[in-house]
Write a protein that binds this ligand. Structure first.
Ligand code: P6P
Length: 332
């Protein structure tokens, strides 16, 4: 019988993290522990997402569950999971969450060892849960800036300073996408074993794709350049795909190419998406996959100097040529 082809090695996310650490003999392991905290958080949040609304039905009397606890919304649960897993990691000095107005200082920077800041949107697009749509978790890791005296100062670094970024997509499967600045790697959760299995390394976004992703309901309130672009794209026969959860929309662009945008609108003149824990991590991933991420003509998202943890920016990201074309339309 024919010799079976050597199947590809099975590499889990945990093994991948350790492989990356082994490339840096000076590494203390702090960074690896942070990534593993994000991995276990993703598995726990995935388990809750797969039970969305069942807990409401199976576990509650009024809005209390059988333990008499206040039934929590899933984004609060996801936030708690991330705070508590990251809280157990020595390397994490500060966390900032879309759910918390103020950053959380987990430990003072008393040791000589490098510390990190972790920013996240625990359950992005959570309103999609009500209709069994895709939702996601987005995270960004910065080095704690030791020269800064307070948490805010440490956090307000441009996206180009990120040491890692990624997202978890809770869709038809649970996908963990990660960059530590050496390309983009993708993992899929095997629920039978509770392990994330590596399915792609060094992922590169297709150079073009006649597909755009935007909430067209806001079209008439977009700046003119965006409207001109959409008219042009429709004349070219572009297709439109929009889930309404950034992680799902960006994941499609990462794998298939095209362009995602959240332009300024009358309701959100600076755009709706948050710089620190939505635009920056996605921009890092997209650039690592060979794409572009801009917040306007000549304004690379990763170069934006933040002034507030929760500030919003317009977002255009995707295949370089598709982003360039839109920027041309915006430049008039
Ligand atoms: P709209 C979800 O609420 C979110 O923050 C992103 O995940 C998503 O891209 C965007 O807002 C959707 O906003 O206005 O199109 O519903």
């Amino acid at each position: 019988s024919p010799v079976p082809t050597q199947s590809a090695d099975i590499v889990t996310l945990q093994a991948h993290i350790l492989q990356q650490q082994a490339r840096h003999p000076e590494a203390t392991g702090q960074f690896s522990w942070i990534l593993s905290a994000l991995a276990i958080s993703a598995k726990m949040i995935s388990a809750h997402v797969r039970r969305a609304r069942l807990d409401d039905v199976l576990g509650t009397v009024g809005n209390q569950n059988v333990q008499g606890e206040q039934q929590q919304k899933l984004d609060v649960i996801a936030n708690e999971i991330l705070l508590r897993t990251l809280g157990g990691r020595e390397g994490v000095a500060i966390v900032a969450s879309e759910e918390n107005e103020e950053p959380v200082i987990l430990r003072e920077d008393d040791s000589a060892e490098r510390k990190y800041c972790v920013l996240f949107d625990p359950l992005d697009g959570s309103s999609n849960l009500d209709v069994c749509g895709s939702v996601g978790t987005i995270f960004s890791i910065l080095r704690k800036d030791r020269r800064q005296r307070d948490a805010r100062g440490s956090l307000l670094q441009a996206g180009a300073e990120q040491v890692a970024a990624g997202y978890v997509l809770y869709g038809s499967s649970t996908v963990f996408v990660l960059t530590i600045g050496l390309g983009v790697d993708m993992f899929v959760l095997d629920p039978a074993y509770g392990a994330f299995i590596r399915v792609a390394q060094g992922l590169k976004m297709p150079a073009t794709n006649k597909c755009y992703s935007v909430n067209e309901g806001n079209r008439l309130s977009f700046p003119e350049g965006y409207q001109h672009y959409l008219t042009w794209a429709q004349e070219q026969g572009y297709s439109s795909r929009y889930v309404g959860a950034m992680v799902a929309d960006v994941h499609r662009i990462l794998l298939q190419g095209g362009v995602f945008m959240y332009p300024p609108t009358k309701k959100a003149p600076k755009g709706k998406l948050r710089l620190m824990y939505e635009a920056n991590p996605m921009a890092f991933l997209v650039e690592q996959a060979g794409g572009k991420a801009m917040s306007g003509p000549g304004q690379r998202i990763l170069d934006v100097q933040p002034t507030d943890i929760h500030q919003r920016v317009p977002v255009v990201l995707g295949s370089a040529s598709e982003v360039d074309r839109l920027m041309e339309k915006l430049s008039g």
